[in-house]
Structures are given as structure tokens and as C-alpha cells.
Design a protein around this ligand. Structure first.
Ligand SMILES: Cc1ncc(COP(=O)(O)O)c(C=O)c1O
Length: 402
């Protein structure tokens, strides 16, 4: 008689806190599509879903690498040509105290490795609220409880310094700063960066500076790296190919460690243990890194022009729509309007999807101040698709709330 396995295999309990609202909603969207409706997707930050293309010279660089036989494993930290280019890019960003650079499978893996290499059970890391949910997902996986600081909507979504001060404890090892920000589209002022660096200095914190959108500043103001403002403070600056270089499917990201050499060295060794244990990042795609950082940048002019026009359309719609208000985004391709409605923003988002087939993500999926309600718009679609979506959202709100 064959033995039958009847007991359920329970997943680890720590996974209960692993959520990724952006992709979780896709299940419901698939259902709406199966019912024969066309969903207007304002939910996922993938430019390649819309009228953006990976620059041809980058595709050529990867193709050439494959043809040249660069199809085996790469060195664990990344290929030399890419690492040298990343260090020079750090120099152009004004980061003078670079101690290490390494290539990963997207910034997602940089985050996973850098947080895992730093945090012990019982310690914590300050993460923003609202937050890009990758950070809380990795912390949940590590069994680290959340310690969030607010971004202040009244101050253009700048970090709330008083809240950061209140939340730092003897167990706090670092702080995450997403600049330009997902989901709010805010960009940190130099003064704010200086103040956060000062707190990090005083409390011995590592700063994780997620700058994956640093070339997508919509207006003409400069992007300032916190590692450039504070060369003495331990900072890991994250960058990658997914957004600035329109190649998210290649899964290429990197980390740049800066700060006082003696203080960051043991941490760098920890990072490299983890880099070795996962062998390497995608190999042929690494040959596009130098081509991206040092080749023609013409696509960025066109990308920023489109983002400016689509941001303006989005903000105009928010200002003209009752119950919606929005801080104008200055970087990346997200807007995070607040909602004045009598029900939860998760209900708003689900009903909007089912009734009008417009897909956005609820603010509660990113974290927000109690009592406030928001939704995140990805304004990558062209003006025609955005206008269609906004007409549908306004109609939905009129029918449901007036
Ligand atoms: C702030 C932020 N960090 C990291 C990532 C992940 O980037 P990657 O595609 O390089 O893993 C994203 C993706 O949307 C993001 O918005």
C-alpha cells in the first residue's frame, strides 16, 4: 500500500508579514481580464509596459557579450569593467569616499544582501512610511520587526526629522532613504540630507540610500546623493538598470559602499560572504553597465520630457477632482494622492478595478499615517491612456461618493 501524504505543508510563520501589494493586486486584475475587460494598468513601475524602449546600444552590448562567450558564471562581486564604471559613476555623483562596489540581480538583491549582512535578531532598521514594500518584505523574512518613520505630506513628503529622532533606539542599526521616492515622487533637499546624515553620525547608523531613480528628476533641479553630502558616514548607495536605463527584466543593480574605511571594512566583508554564497549576478547583462553609465544618454531627455507631460496631466487631474489632492511629484514616475472618502483605500482600489477596470495601488499597501488614505498612480502610460483612466476614476468617485 503506498503511503498517502495528507498533512498540509505549512509555510514559515514569518511569511505572514511578507506582502507586496503591487503584485498581490494583479491576481484580482487577472480575474477582471478573464471576464473580458481591458484593465488600464497604472500599478506597476515598468516603463517597458508602455512607450519606452531599452536603448539599442545597451541591447547590442549584451548581445555582443553573449556572442563573445560571456555565458559562464561571473566573479561574485561583478565583472571588473562594470565595477570600474560604477566607481567612476560614484565620482560623478560626488561620492568621494568609495570603499567598495558590487553588482547584484537588481536593486532587490542589493537590498536583500545589505540588510541581511547588517541586522541581528532584536535589532531594527528605520524605514520610511509610506515605503517601497521590498524593504518591509526583506525585514519580515529576516524576522526583524518594523520601525518606520513618517514622510511628511505637509512638507512635500520630506522625511519627518522629529519622527526619525523619536524612533532611534539603541537597537537601531540604520536608516533607509529612498530618493527620489517611490511611492511619493518626492526628492530630498540638500539641507534635509545633511540633517539625516548628522543623525546617522551621532547614532552610528548605516544609511541605505536607494537612488535607483536618480536620473529621473522631472524638473531641472539637481539630484544630490547623501553619500556626497556625508563622505565620513557609512552609506550604501543603490543604483541599477531597471529605471534609468529602461531594462528592468535584465535584473541588474549595484551597491556602492562609502564612509570611513576602517569603520565599513568588516561590514563589506559580510556583504562579500553573501555575494559569494549566491555565486553571481547575470553575467552577459553586466556588459551593458559601462555602456549605460558612459555611453549616450539621449534617451533620458526623451524619458524626462514624457514624464513631465504625464506628471503635469496627473497633477492637473488631481487638482480638478473633488476628494483628491496631490503633492506634485518631482522625480521617478509615481504620484501619491490623498483621498477623502468614507471607506478604506483598499476597498476604493478593489471597487475601482472591478467597476471601471483601472488598476492603482492602495496607500495602505505602502504604509501611511493612521486616518489618512491614499492611492499610488504610476504615470508611465501615454497621455491618451492616462486621460481615459482619469475620466473613469472621476466617474467612479462621482457615482460612489456624491
Ligand atoms: C525604490 C525602489 N527600489 C528598488 C526597486 C527594485 O529595483 P530592481 O528592479 O533593480 O530590483 C524598485 C522597483 O520598483 C524601487 O521602486
Amino acid at each position: 500500500m503506498p503511503l498517502t501524504q495528507t498533512r498540509e505543508i505549512a509555510p514559515a510563520q514569518r511569511l505572514e508579514n511578507v506582502r507586496y501589494a503591487i503584485r498581490d493586486l494583479a491576481v484580482l486584475a487577472d480575474e477582471v481580464t478573464r471576464q473580458g475587460h481591458k484593465v488600464l494598468p497604472l500599478n506597476v513601475g515598468d516603463p517597458l509596459n508602455f512607450d519606452f524602449e531599452t536603448p539599442a546600444h545597451l541591447i547590442e552590448a549584451v548581445y555582443k557579450a553573449m556572442r563573445d562567450g560571456k555565458n559562464g558564471y561571473a566573479p561574485s562581486p561583478g565583472i571588473k569593467e562594470a565595477l570600474d564604471a560604477i566607481r567612476r559613476e560614484a565620482g560623478r555623483k560626488g561620492i568621494s569616499s568609495v570603499r567598495d562596489a558590487f553588482v547584484t540581480s537588481g536593486v532587490s538583491e542589493t537590498v536583500d544582501i545589505c540588510l541581511t549582512a547588517l541586522l541581528n535578531p532584536g535589532e531594527d532598521l528605520l524605514t520610511p512610511s509610506p515605503d517601497y514594500p521590498l524593504y518591509s518584505a526583506v525585514l519580515a523574512k529576516l524576522g526583524i520587526s518594523l520601525n518606520t518613520y513618517y514622510l511628511n505630506e505637509e512638507d512635500g513628503w520630506q522625511p519627518d526629522l522629529d519622527d526619525i529622532r523619536r524612533k532611534i533606539t539603541p537597537r537601531t542599526r540604520g536608516i533607509v532613504l529612498i530618493n527620489p521616492n517611490n511611492p511619493t515622487g518626492s526628492v530630498c533637499s540638500r539641507q534635509m540630507l545633511g540633517q539625516i546624515a548628522e543623525l546617522a553620525r551621532r547614532h552610528n547608523l548605516v544609511i541605505f540610500a536607494d537612488e535607483i531613480y536618480d536620473k529621473l528628476i522631472i524638473d531641472d533641479d539637481p539630484h544630490v546623493s547623501i553619500a556626497a553630502v556625508a563622505p565620513d558616514v557609512p552609506v550604501v548607495t543603490f543604483g541599477g538598470m531597471s529605471k534609468n536605463y529602461l531594462a528592468p527584466g535584465w535584473r541588474i543593480g549595484w551597491g556602492i559602499v562609502s564612509g570611513e574605511a576602517a569603520s565599513v571594512q568588516p561590514y563589506i566583508e559580510g556583504i562579500h560572504r553573501l555575494l559569494r554564497s549566491r555565486l553571481c549576478a547575470n553575467h552577459p547583462e553586466q556588459y551593458a553597465i559601462k555602456a549605460a553609465l558612459e555611453g549616450p544618454q539621449g534617451h533620458l531627455v526623451e524619458v524626462r520630457r514624457k514624464l513631465r507631460s504625464r506628471r503635469d496631466l496627473t497633477v492637473q487631474w488631481c487638482n480638478a477632482t473633488p476628494r483628491v489632492s496631490c503633492v506634485s511629484p518631482r522625480g521617478a514616475f509615481y504620484a501619491y494622492p490623498s483621498l477623502d472618502i468614507p471607506e478604506g483605500d483598499d476597498v476604493f482600489v478593489k471597487e475601482l478595478l472591478m467597476q471601471k477596470h483601472v488598476l492603482v495601488v492602495h496607500g495602505s499597501g505602502f504604509g501611511q499615517k493612521p486616518g489618512t488614505k491614499h492611492f499610488r498612480i504610476v504615470f508611465l502610460p501615454d497621455e491618451e491612456m492616462l486621460a481615459k483612466a482619469y475620466v473613469a476614476v472621476a466617474e467612479f468617485m462621482r457615482e460612489r461618493y456624491s
